[in-house]
Design a binder for this molecule. Structure first.
Ligand SMILES: Nc1ncnc2c1ncn2[C@@H]1O[C@H](COP(=O)(O)OP(=O)(O)OP(=O)(O)O)[C@@H](O)[C@H]1O
Length: 434
C-alpha cells in the first residue's frame, strides 16, 4: 500500500515536471527569479529595448544559493526590496515533493500512516526564505532551510550576550558590550523586544554577577523589569518618567565619579585602569520619554532633561564603563535622541510596521519585511547586517538566575535617591559638561 502511494506520487511528479519543461515554465529558482522580476515590472523599457536585471553569477553555499544581479538604470535597491514578498511567495509557489531524504525520518511503526501525514504536513508548511542585499550588485539569497521558530536561551560569556541564531550553519551571534557599548532595539508590539532585554540582563547576571550594575527604567508600568527590583546588581529602578529622571541622574553622577577616579589614576578608560564594573542603563519604552509627546510644560521639561542625560551617557559612557540599551515600540523620528542614535553602533530590529519605522531603527528599510515570526530580527553593526532568530527565555530561567542575588535594598542607595529627588525640587537638573 505504502509502496503504491510512493511510486504513484513519484511517477506523478515526473510527469508534471516533464509537462512544465515542455511548456517552458521556469522550474529552478534562478529561472523563477528572472520571471518574477520581469512579471513584476522591475525591468525597464528604454525605447524599443528592455533593460533587464542581469544575472552575473550564482554561487552555492552550505545554506543555499546566492544570485548576483546587475540592476538596470532607472531601478534602485528599494524597488527590489519592495518586491521581497512577491519574490519569496513566487519561489514558494511550487508543488511539494516528498523525497527519499524526507522518508529517512519515517518511523515504520503502527502509526505509519499518521507519520506519513506528518511528513506531508511539514512539507506543505515548509518555506524557502530569501534575503535581498545590495553591495553594488543586487544579491538575492535563497535559503534551503528557514530559520528555526524557537531557539532556547543559553548564557553568553564575559560581556557578550547571545543575540540569536543565524542562517550561517546555525551559528550563534553574540553582542559584545566591550566592543559595542550601546544598543538600540525596536519593533512592533509582541515581536520580542522585552524578551530580548530579559535575556540580556539574565545572561549578564550569570556571567558577571559581581561586576554588572543596572539602572533600569521600565516605562511599561513595571511589568517587564520588576523581577530585577530586589537584586544586588540593580542600583536603581524606575517605572514612571519622574523616577526615570532620578535613575538617569544617579547613573550620570556615578559616571562622573568614575571619571574623577580615572583622572586621579591618570588612565584613559576603565579597561586601562583595571576597573571591572560595568553599568548598564536600560530603558524599555524610551518613547515614553519623548518631549514632543509630553502633556504640559513641566512634563516636557522633565523629558527633555531625561533625554539630555541619556545623550550624555551615550556620548561619554564608552570609556567609563557605561552601556545604554534603548528599546522602543514606536520608532518615529524624535523618539531616540540624536546623540544616542549616533552612538549606538548596534541595532536590533524586530518586525516594524513601515519602512519609515525601519529607517528610524536601522537607518534603512528592511525590518518591515521580516516575516511575522516572534523573535525574528535584524541585527546590524557597523560591518554586518544579518537576520537571526533571538532566543526565547522563560520566567523559570530568569527566576533561577536571579534568586541567589535577591537582597534588601542597601540603605545608601535609598538615601542617594531621596537626596536627588529632594535637591531636584522644582528646579531642573544642571548637567555639567564633562
Ligand atoms: N525570541 C522569541 N522566540 C519565540 N517567541 C518569542 C520570542 N520573543 C518573544 N516571544 C513571544 O512573544 C511574546 C511577546 O514578546 P515580548 O513581550 O518580548 O514582545 P515586545 O516586543 O516587548 O512587545 P511589547 O512592546 O508589546 O511589550 C512573548 O510572550 C513570547 O511568547
Amino acid at each position: 500500500m505504502i509502496f503504491e502511494i510512493l511510486t504513484t506520487s513519484i511517477m506523478g511528479g515526473i510527469a508534471i515536471k516533464a509537462a512544465i519543461k515542455k511548456n517552458g515554465i521556469a522550474t529552478n529558482d534562478s529561472g523563477k527569479i528572472q520571471r518574477i522580476i520581469s512579471l513584476s515590472g522591475l525591468n525597464v523599457k528604454d525605447g524599443k529595448d528592455t533593460l533587464t536585471t542581469q544575472l552575473i553569477r550564482k554561487k552555492q553555499y552550505g545554506w543555499g544559493m546566492e544570485y548576483s544581479y546587475r540592476i538596470p538604470l532607472g531601478r534602485s535597491y528599494d524597488d527590489y526590496l519592495a518586491k521581497h514578498r512577491v519574490l519569496e511567495d513566487g519561489l514558494n509557489n511550487r508543488r511539494q515533493r516528498i523525497t527519499f531524504a524526507d522518508l529517512k525520518s519515517l518511523q515504520l511503526d503502527a502509526n505509519i500512516i499518521d507519520n506519513l501525514k506528518g511528513i506531508w504536513t511539514n512539507k506543505l508548511t515548509e518555506r524557502k526564505e530569501i534575503e535581498i542585499v545590495f553591495d553594488g550588485l543586487l544579491k538575492i539569497r535563497v535559503y534551503n532551510e528557514p530559520l528555526p521558530l524557537q531557539v532556547p536561551f543559553h548564557t553568553g560569556f564575559n560581556w557578550s550576550v547571545p543575540v540569536g541564531i543565524t542562517r550561517d550553519k546555525n551559528t550563534f551571534r553574540y553582542h559584545d558590550f566591550e566592543q559595542i557599548p550601546h544598543l538600540l532595539t525596536g519593533g512592533s508590539s509582541g515581536y520580542g523586544k522585552s524578551t530580548f532585554i530579559n535575556l540580556l540582563i539574565t545572561s549578564l547576571i550569570e556571567t558577571q554577577p559581581d561586576n554588572v550594575k543596572f539602572y533600569l527604567i521600565d516605562l511599561k508600568g513595571g511589568v517587564e523589569l520588576c523581577d530585577y527590583e530586589s537584586i544586588k546588581q540593580t542600583l536603581s529602578i524606575a517605572y514612571e518618567p519622574v523616577d526615570a529622571l532620578t535613575t538617569l541622574q544617579m547613573a550620570y553622577d556615578q559616571m562622573r565619579v568614575i571619571q574623577t577616579r580615572l583622572k586621579t589614576l591618570g588612565k584613559k578608560n576603565v579597561q586601562e585602569a583595571g576597573i571591572k564594573e560595568r553599568y548598564f542603563v536600560i530603558i524599555d519604552e524610551v518613547g515614553e520619554l519623548n518631549p514632543s509627546e509630553a502633556v504640559g510644560a513641566p512634563d516636557k521639561k522633565l523629558k527633555e532633561e531625561c533625554q539630555k542625560l541619556m545623550s550624555q551617557i551615550s556620548r561619554l559612557g564608552r570609556g567609563l564603563g557605561f552601556r545604554q540599551i534603548l528599546a522602543t515600540q514606536y520608532p518615529t523620528g524624535d523618539v531616540i535622541p540624536r546623540q544616542c542614535k549616533q552612538n549606538s553602533d548596534a541595532k536590533l530590529s524586530f518586525r516594524v510596521q513601515s519602512s519609515v519605522a525601519s529607517r528610524v531603527v536601522l537607518d534603512e528599510a528592511g525590518a518591515e519585511l521580516l516575516p511575522q515570526i516572534k523573535g525574528r530580527a535584524i541585527y546590524q553593526t557597523a560591518d554586518k547586517k544579518e537576520i537571526l532568530q533571538t532566543p526565547l527565555i522563560t520566567s523559570e530561567i530568569i527566576q533561577k538566575a536571579i534568586s541567589p542575588y535577591i537582597v534588601e535594598k542597601k540603605e545608601e542607595i535609598v538615601l542617594e535617591k531621596a537626596e536627588i529627588e529632594q535637591s531636584r525640587g522644582i528646579d531642573s537638573i544642571i548637567i555639567e559638561e564633562v
